[in-house]
Design a binder for this molecule. Structure first.
Ligand code: UDP
Length: 239
């Protein structure tokens, strides 16, 4: 399968059409952005690492009953994916308070939450991705009905159950993450975009070291070295 026209370029990926109208090619870029692209950078090989990490995690989730847009990973930084219409909601799942949650609500950074928190943010850079409630989602026609919001929450929680356990076995604490969903031609809701250290927070269970994009956000050193370590642990065989 070959790339045809550039359909869309985002902060971390490019999307190309293919000869199959139902499939696109996603190219993972080396660019890094934070704070709504106010901070920009790049590390060679970052895109390839995210491509491999997301490939493994999406296949793990598929094996656990979560449908995804991934068809196959073609090479180091390209994936063949099903064409979907992205639901413009960033679904954030949190196990531990940090980042914007601590800032907004004054919850102590690092505090374990008494239950898994699922939040919705509007995917709109011009508005700075504001947090939104169910009624806002309906008001803006982001989904068809409340049932779809429940489906998003249910899928997000299931993804968390699978990933939290998977990473715990690899001595990484899954602090929080963001996922995006899309609808295919049949109207099925598929996990889309990517799951990688760009979109998750991982803390090393033994050292507390941050192994994710916070290294870039907070100038904590090489992103690539940490992402390589995350991939290495993902590839470890565990019972
Ligand atoms: N996140 C993301 N894209 C965004 C916003 C957040 O991937 O546009 C991820 C982020 O990496 C973290 C989680 O969602 O794993 C929660 O982020 P938070 O709301 O704390 O935002 P931040 O502190 O990055 O502003």
């Amino acid at each position: 399968m070959e790339k045809r026209e550039l359909l869309y370029e985002g902060k971390a990926k490019k999307l190309y059409t293919t000869e199959n109208p139902d499939q696109l090619i996603a190219e993972f870029k080396d660019d890094l952005t934070a704070f709504n692209a106010e901070k920009k950078g790049s590390e060679q090989g970052k895109g390839a690492l995210n491509c491999q990490i997301s490939d493994r995690l999406f296949r793990l989730l598929e094996a656990n009953g979560i449908e995804t847009h991934l068809v196959e990973t073609l090479d180091q930084n390209h994936q063949l994916v099903k064409k979907v219409e992205i639901i413009p909601i960033e679904v954030v799942v949190r196990n531990i308070a940090t980042g914007s949650l601590s800032k907004r609500l004054g919850i102590e950074d690092g505090k374990e939450l008494p239950f898994v928190l699922v939040e919705f943010y509007l995917k709109d850079d011009d508005l700075n991705d504001p947090i939104i409630c169910d009624d806002h989602c309906l008001l803006l026609d982001l989904v068809e009905d409340r049932g779809e919001l429940e489906v998003l929450r249910e899928k997000a929680r299931k993804i968390n159950d699978v990933l939290k356990d998977f990473f715990a076995k690899r001595r990484l604490n899954l602090v929080d993450f963001k996922v995006e969903f899309g609808k295919d031609q049949a109207g099925d809701i598929l996990l889309s975009d990517e799951i990688s250290p760009d979109s998750c927070r991982f803390w090393d269970m033994d050292t507390g070291e941050k192994m994710d994009k916070d290294r870039f956000r907070q100038n904590l050193g090489s992103v690539k070295v940490a992402y390589e370590e995350v991939l290495k642990r993902i590839l470890e065989e565990k019972k």
